[in-house]
Design a protein around this ligand. Structure first.
Ligand code: DGL
Length: 259
């Protein structure tokens, strides 16, 4: 089957986390990219499934108005709660979430005790737990919600010792269980992967960013253009977001504001 060529891809997240995925696409091929950081509604992890559906719909509608032809949900919380709903609403629109690519990448690892850290809403959805169990590959599966991490990661400047202390608290029980693999079930956590590996030095740590380009190229091809074009929109102005965004992506990126 001939793959659809996508001229403009839209990325969705509540804030900085999805930039880790956008960055992989920016490195992969010059094309038209648009990123929406929904600062007004952050943190998604504390929202109800109904609230998340409403938010997702409004944000996809916004991206479609900007002319995007495919959506990357660069957020585990939105993927967990809204991807089926969005696909039913927009049957013609390619929509890729972050969870399946992560699950797929586990198939050839030898780890036996796996842990998942994620937002409260993602843990409550049980999506990772159920998918991991269906792989029939792990002796035990442990989950841990980390509600305080996203606000700490979004802050500027980042309070490193507050992040480290929170991680010590959240990873304590997983460490006791001697997990040998940890899934970063929130795209924000890739931004603090360094601290996580310091606390779990012998553990394989898996984020979503590496797999996303490969996974989406299975569904569509991205139009290659001579010059990269990437716009970042925010649903509410935030100086902290802007500063962190420049740090993560470099100062080539133009920051626009939604009216
Ligand atoms: N980055 C998101 C995720 O992957 C959402 C974080 C939040 O806003 O709570 O789940």
């Amino acid at each position: 089957m001939k793959k659809k060529v996508i001229n403009k891809i839209g990325f969705l997240d509540s804030g900085l986390g999805g930039l880790t995925i956008l960055k992989k696409f920016l490195e992969y091929t010059p094309s038209n990219y648009l990123y929406l950081a929904d600062i007004k509604n952050i943190p998604y992890g504390q929202k109800t499934p109904e609230q998340l559906k409403k938010i997702a719909l409004a944000n996809v509608d916004f991206l479609l108005l900007q002319g995007v032809e495919a959506i990357i949900i660069a957020c585990h919380t939105l993927t967990a709660h809204t991807i089926d709903y969005l696909r039913a609403r927009y049957p013609e629109l390619p929509i890729i979430g972050v969870i399946k690519p992560v699950i797929q990448s586990l198939c050839d690892i030898s780890a036996k005790k796996i842990g998942i850290i994620a937002t409260t809403a993602t843990i409550q959805s049980n999506i990772y737990y159920d998918l991991l169990q269906s792989l029939n590959q792990f002796e035990s599966i442990f989950q841990q919600a980390c509600p305080d991490l996203v606000p700490l990661i979004e802050a500027y400047p980042m309070n490193q010792s507050a992040i480290k202390n929170k991680l010590i608290e959240y990873l304590q029980s997983l460490k006791k269980e001697n997990i040998d693999c940890l899934i970063l079930g929130c795209t924000h956590y890739s931004l603090i992967k360094y601290y996580i590996s310091e606390l779990l030095p012998d553990c394989l740590i898996i984020g979503a960013e590496r797999q996303m380009v490969d996974y989406s190229s299975y569904y569509f091809s991205i139009k290659n253009i001579p010059k990269l074009n990437c716009d970042i929109f925010v649903t509410q102005y935030s100086n902290a977001f802007e500063q962190n965004c420049l740090y993560i992506l470099g100062d080539k990126i133009q920051i626009c504001k939604i009216k």
